[in-house]
Ligand binder design. Structure first.
Ligand SMILES: Nc1nc2c(ncn2[C@@H]2O[C@H](COP(=O)(O)OP(=O)(O)OP(=O)(O)O)[C@@H](O)[C@H]2O)c(=O)[nH]1
Length: 320
């Protein structure tokens, strides 16, 4: 039992702050070596490039939700990691914001090879203090992520009033009174509160979901949720790109749950990285393009009722 590798499953709805927390974990001086598995919903991999610390081994699973189509991939990656036991101290799995954590957690009990070598340490859910109450109304995944959590990081407290914060915490407590909860800005939580908690409680989960240990768990996705990925083969013109992205998120903000991208500007040695949650947009130049790396520009939008054609044409028209 004791030499099983601890696995932390990091979950939370789109844009809540999972990558922010992951980067915090990877950059703090903990002297540990983590293997990281990142799963995202869009077809173009962007998240893995936003994870800092090039020394970490990041395994990427695109094109599907970790809890459904790519569960086989997860098992294969975990099996591969187990064979190299001793090379790292723990595994962190960051799921897409649209994943139901139950089938992910299930993998650590149902697959014998995985169960023999790894133990699920905790499900850590990052919750967006500003948007969670809305998502609890329209996104069943958001509720499951809260229900399954052993630790909840209630993040973005800077974007709400103290009264709103109390109200969202009360909503969370009504769904999950057991998890430890930390209120944070930029996921600033002591790592010991997140890692190696030995917190996953199978009995509680079986009470919540009696068929947890049975095969055939079906997870129904939000059918309307779509992702649009567009790539420009080369650089984009900031004079065109900036007004386009800011106008798009202002006008389509309510439908755009999440957007992110990495773009190349002419004569700029660094990559421009932008991220948005609804109409709140954030962008900065960071990290130089590597020598010999192709300076392509890519964006991903996730949301409902997206006008794919307009987004595609709009971004392609920003080409430098
Ligand atoms: N104002 C504010 N912004 C934050 C905070 N934490 C994270 N953000 C921003 O919120 C955006 C989303 O953060 P991420 O860490 O990428 O969220 P995520 O959950 O990994 O997103 P997905 O992987 O797309 O689901 C980024 O622009 C962050 O800089 C916070 O406490 N306050």
């Amino acid at each position: 039992m004791t030499d099983k590798i601890p696995v932390t499953v990091l979950t939370g709805y789109l844009g809540a702050g999972k990558t922010t927390l992951l980067n915090r974990i990877l950059t703090e001086p903990h002297g540990k070596k983590y293997a990281v598995i990142v799963n995202e919903f869009g077809e173009i991999g962007i998240d893995n490039e936003l994870v800092v610390g090039a020394d970490e081994e990041v395994f990427e699973m695109n094109n599907g939700c970790i809890c459904c189509t790519v569960r086989g991939d997860l098992i294969r990656i975990l099996d591969g990691l187990m064979k190299r036991k001793g090379k790292f101290d723990a595994i962190i799995v960051e799921t897409t914001g649209l994943a139901d954590p139950a089938p992910v957690a299930q993998t650590f009990f149902m697959d014998q090879d995985v169960a023999d070598a790894a133990r699920l340490d905790a499900v850590v859910t990052v919750a967006d203090a500003k948007w969670l109450s809305d998502r609890l109304k329209d996104a069943p995944e958001a509720k499951n992520q809260i229900a399954f959590a052993d630790v909840i990081v209630l993040n973005k407290i800077d974007l709400v009033t103290p009264e709103e914060l109390d109200a969202v915490e009360a909503r969370i407590r009504a769904i999950n009174p057991y998890a430890r909860l930390h209120r944070t800005q930029n996921c600033a939580v002591p790592l010991a509160e997140v890692l190696d908690r030995k917190a996953f409680d199978l009995d509680r989960i079986i009470e919540l979901e009696p068929d947890f240990l049975e095969e055939g768990h079906h997870h129904h996705h939000d059918e309307e949720m779509q992702s649009v990925s567009v790539k420009v083969d080369g650089e984009v013109d900031p004079e065109k790109f900036m007004p386009w992205i800011s106008n798009l998120t202002q006008v389509q903000g309510p439908n755009i749950l999440r957007c992110k991208g990495i773009v190349a500007f002419p004569n700029e040695p660094r990559r421009f990285v932008f991220q948005g949650v609804h109409m709140i947009l954030d962008g900065d130049v960071q990290g130089e393009w590597k020598p010999g790396e192709k300076r392509d520009s890519k964006v991903v939008f996730i949301g409902r009722d997206l006008d794919e054609k307009a987004i595609r044409e709009g971004f392609l028209a920003c080409a430098a």
